[in-house]
Design a protein around this ligand. Sequence first.
Ligand SMILES: *Cc1c(COP(=O)(O)O)cnc(C)c1O
Length: 223
Amino acid sequence: MEDIADRLLRLKENLPSDVRLVAVSKTQPVERILEAYKAGQRIFGENKAQELLTKAPLLPSDIEWHFIGHLQTNKVKTVVPFAKMIHSIDSMRLLEEVAKEANRTARTIECLLQFHIAEEETKYGLSLEEAKDICSHDKFRKHPFLVLAGVMGMATLTENPMQISQEFSLLKDFFIELKRLYFSDNQHFKEISMGMSDDYLLAIAEGSTLIRLGSALFGYRNP
Ligand SMILES: *Cc1c(COP(=O)(O)O)cnc(C)c1O
């Protein structure tokens, strides 16, 4: 059976040089995360505050932790000490809380604005109007410890590649619009986090800069 190191090597061989891989390690034990680490992977993604808090201290300190799941404001305190990037900013209130904690702990946190691009009702995310409202505030754009670094989205779970590509293309349009309006002279706003194990090739074709892969790397996980 192919192991994590083999899968990682094969995945990386085929990635364009401007696309970074977030290894989604949710539900994976530290031993399996270490396997990927030893094979050279440094960016890992977790989606639960408590799980990040439990695992991060047991793993090498040069791992770059990305928080990718829905984040409740009362969990921000748990996540900020570990996360380099939070992909899932889905309200102004959440961003305000992250800004406050980043300030208090003097840690620079990169944040992505999560958009609702899928047709499913249940997925979290901002509308373009809400994102514009956030970006129009200097207190976020010019915050000493907060970096607005780009956008994130999840496509609909569907067999229809046309629909998935259209949703990714929409996210790219949102990115371009925000870049033009608020970040034309800001080189930090540059990330488009889109693409998971089943749709990352479509995401790369539409301009993804960060793909988030779990099962393609670690195999199927217990839900
Ligand atoms: C679990 C998860 C992923 C990875 O999913 P796979 O299909 O296993 O690649 C990516 N992004 C988010 C937000 C997730 O929760």
